[in-house]
Ligand binder design. Structure first.
Ligand SMILES: Nc1ncnc2c1ncn2[C@@H]1O[C@H](COP(=O)(O)OP(=O)(O)OP(=O)(O)O)[C@@H](O)[C@H]1O
Length: 309
């Protein structure tokens, strides 16, 4: 099946010369949840804005549901829901009218039952007759989500959906994402919260300086997360890893006072028992041992730092 979102050599250079997106080839499969991680200014919003038709690409192509985002703009856009980072709403419009109007904009017929369902799921039903400017910031954000879902999109973009939102909204949002996924909706979210990507994404992409540095199945990343490091502090420094320990993946610290052993927690055996026995056989006395687990956050920071170096 062709990808629901496809980009080929898609780029964006803003008028002031900022290269916000370098040539990007990306396939997003129907029904998947893709989390895009990246520091501020990495180019995430630019990518989403191009796919939603809000920013024009400098070169390359993109299709949503097989429709070119430029030549078949309306068809592409009709499949998309966007929850933007910035709150942009008509202040004097009532919640119900705002949501119904958005549905109409996409040329969809009236479906009050669907809108009621969306508003109820977002705990907005009781506020349907309130004007937008009477709502709290969190409620306004809920209205943005309701608007994005008003026309039953097949692809939903969430641009930092949980930045600065309270626990209730975050919970409602993830329940909603779970429901949408059951209905086969494709979800692309940008986030700074790496745990969030860890919790809900099928795939994780990392963007920095307008470049996609990594795009990987979350399960594969979790396997990488399974890597742990055992740090062994020695009573007396050594100059080199003793020959009898050459069969282990050991790293000696520069000062010779500690050894680091990397192992896979998801593998058959960790090899730790044998290592400790062999250390003692080699006459190395231990001062202390610690273990630490690499996290998605570290993988992310390493990638981004490596790029900046
Ligand atoms: N309209 C614009 N004109 C010029 N430069 C822009 C414009 N919009 C964004 N940029 C620049 O393009 C780069 C990418 O910005 P973008 O907003 O896409 O990043 P982002 O990853 O979404 O960041 P954040 O997490 O802060 O939202 C940045 O250097 C930004 O300053």
């Amino acid at each position: 099946m062709p990808a629901i979102v496809e980009t080929r050599g898609l780029t964006k250079v803003y008028g002031d010369g900022t290269e916000a997106l370098k040539p990007l080839d990306l396939d997003i499969e129907e029904g998947e949840i893709l989390a895009l991680l990246g520091p501020n200014g990495a180019g995430k919003t630019t990518l989403i804005s191009m796919l939603c038709g809000l920013v024009s690409p400098s070169s390359g192509q993109a299709r949503v549901g097989g429709h070119d985002i430029i030549t078949r703009y309306r068809d592409a856009r009709a499949l998309i829901g966007l929850v933007p980072q910035e709150i942009a709403l008509e202040p004097f419009q009532k919640v119900w009218d705002a949501v119904r109007f958005t549905r109409g904009l996409f040329g969809q017929g009236r479906d009050d039952a669907h809108l009621e369902d969306v508003l109820r799921k977002l705990s907005l039903w009781d506020k349907r007759r309130s004007k937008v400017n009477e709502l709290s910031g969190g409620m306004k954000r809920r209205v943005l989500i309701a608007k994005a879902l008003s026309h039953n999109p097949r692809v939903l973009f969430l641009d930092e959906p949980t930045a600065g939102v309270d626990v209730d909204l975050r919970r409602d949002m993830w329940n909603m994402v779970a429901d949408l996924r059951r209905d086969g909706v494709t979800i692309i979210l940008t986030t700074h919260y790496i745990e969030e990507a860890e919790a809900i994404a099928d795939r994780v992409g990392v963007i920095n300086h307008g470049e996609l540095l990594l795009l990987e199945d979350k399960q594969a990343l979790m396997t990488r997360l399974g890597r742990k490091t055992l740090r062994i502090e020695l009573r007396r420094p050594v100059e080199a890893v003793p020959g009898g320990l050459s069969g282990y993946d050991l790293e000696l610290a520069e000062d010779g006072r500690s050894l680091s052993y990397h192992y896979d927690t998801q593998g058959e055996g960790t090899g730790i028992t044998a290592l400790l026995q062999d250390l003692s056989r080699e006459g190395l006395a231990l001062r202390d041992i610690h273990t630490r687990q690499s996290s998605l956050e570290e993988i992310f920071v390493d990638l981004v730092k490596g790029e900046d170096a």
